[in-house]
Each structure stands twice: as C-alpha cells, then as structure tokens.
Design a protein around this ligand. Sequence first.
Ligand code: NI
Ligand code: MN
Length: 228
Amino acid sequence: MSITFTWLGHSTFTFDIDGHEVLIDPFLTGNPLAAVSPDDLNPELMLISHGHGDHVADAVSIAKRTGALVLSNPEIVGWLGRQKVPNVWGVNTGGTYDAGFVRVKWTIAFHSSSLPDGSYGGNPLGMILKANGMNLYFAGDTALFSDMQLIGDEGIDVAFLPIGDNFTMGIDDSIKAIHFIRPRFVVPMHYNTFPPIAQNGGDWANRVNSETDAQPLVLDPGGSYTLG
Ligand code: NI
Ligand code: MN
C-alpha cells in the first residue's frame, strides 16, 4: 500500500496509488518544463481542476488514447464530450467521487475558468484525494482563502499549492495557506514555467521550514516522492 506522486512541470502530476495511475491537469504540449511526452502516460483516471489551457492542453488526446475516466465540472465534461472523449463524469464543489482505489472530494478554488475555444469553463475546483488512509489536497489555481482551515480539518498529509504569483497566490500567501491547512508535507507548483511566475523554490522551502510545521518537498520536473 503506497502512494507515489510525480511532478511533470507546472500543475501536472501523476499519482501511482497501489498500481493505479491518476493524472491531474495534463499540460505537456507547450510546457517548457514538461518532463514527459503525453504518449508516455497511461492513466486510468484523469482529474481536471479548471478549463485554462495550461491545465487541459493534453486532456483530450490522452483521454481518447487511453479511455481514462475524466472527472471535472459539468461545463468541462460537456466540452470534452463535444470532442468525443468517451468516458467522462461530472462533479462539482462539495461532492465526492468514489473510484474504488481513491475517493476524490471536490473543493472550492478562487480563480476563473474558460475553455480553449472561449466557452465558459464553470467554477474552478480543488480536490482532496483520499486513499490508503491518507488525504492529499491539490489546490488547483487559487488565491488564498480562509476556508482552507476547513480543508485542514480533514487531516491533510500532503498539500500541493501554487506559488507562482500573478495568476494564483504567491509565496507569502502560500505560507498563510500552510498555516490554515496544516499538512505534513507541502509541494509547490504552478511556478517557473513562464517568466511571470518565476520563483525561487529554495527560498520558498527555507520559509516553509522556518515559519511552518510542514516539510517542503521541492521536486524537479520528473521528480517523485513516495509516501509510506
Ligand atoms: Ni488557470
Ligand atoms: Mn494555471
């Protein structure tokens, strides 16, 4: 029983949960930090936080090739369906989807959401992956919000937080978010992909170490971490 997660650059992660592969927010084509090619991935479950191109770029091609079940809000699921993605299911904030090897609880996120064709992308989402007695919170693209305290009340083992600033919270607010969420580990994302979101991961980790009780995990693109 183990969970291994791998950062593929930006907000793209894979999770290996007892041999089941989950893919979040696939953005590899056009991502200068992409650690793999879309063709290298074979998820059985894909989770999408919101409709922006840097979160859905490779969703359609990977879903069609693999037949993976794709979960997202109704607007994004509708967009996927119009492109003949075969296996989709709509969720929304507050709900939990039980995929057997993992349960996914959908949270609020403060951001916007439009799709590559300009259509409305619904409300942006965060998510808590619940598997093997652990809770992993993927915040998506979001500002700091005080209800992160309620997410922390669930007992978060790992929090994945954006730190790039400009489009999401930056480093200062990520430290406040860690105080609200109280995770054991925290992983930075949505930074260094493009110049407007350049950040120094080492400086961020030093602040996490000195100002919070969480352990920072700064991954290189392609880097992994295994939870026992
Ligand atoms: Ni976005
Ligand atoms: Mn984004």
